[in-house]
Design a protein around this ligand. Structure first.
Ligand SMILES: [Fe+2]
Length: 155
């Protein structure tokens, strides 16, 4: 595994949760949304804290600035959903969240990740993965990672 494999496997996990959300109903949906929120909270933190700074170059600068704005948009939707537990709006808002994540994942996997793979060697990518795993562990040990989202969404 390397840093990029780790991020891609997290993308696949979130996609599975969105699919499960579509099949579920009632209280189960809220529960799946909360799992999505936790996964995305960890994922965006490790990207912003470790991956994006390591990926920064003249070539990736614009893509990274866009990615950070996209994260912010995603955090705003999640913060909104965490506050509002109305089942009616849950479905529509999760659908919007899924569209934004799909687009973001596509950009990362098709444009950003290949450039980072060219720029960093295997040793650097492995070291980066270790840093990301350590932060992930720390976030998971502190309770629900989603609890930090509302505060990050107000930037
Ligand atoms: Fe991302």
């Amino acid at each position: 595994m390397s840093a990029i494999d780790l991020l891609e496997s997290q993308h696949r996990e979130v996609e599975k949760l969105f699919a499960a959300f579509e099949k579920a109903s009632g209280a189960k949906r809220r529960d799946i949304f909360l799992q999505i929120a936790d996964k995305l909270a960890v994922h965006s933190t490790i990207e912003e804290k470790h991956f994006y700074p390591a990926a920064k170059s003249e070539e990736t600068e614009d893509l990274l600035a866009e990615a950070v704005e996209e994260h912010l948009g995603v955090k705003r939707i999640i913060a909104d959903l965490l506050e509002d537990d109305d089942a009616e709006s849950l479905e529509a808002k999760v659908a919007v969240l899924k569209d934004q994540i799909d687009q973001h994942v596509e950009e990362e996997e098709n444009e950003l990740f290949p450039r980072v793979e060219d720029a960093l060697d295997a040793t650097a990518l492995d070291a980066l993965e270790q840093e990301m795993l350590a932060t992930q562990e720390e976030l998971l040990s502190r309770g629900h990672p989603r609890d930090h989202i509302p505060q990050e969404a107000t930037r």
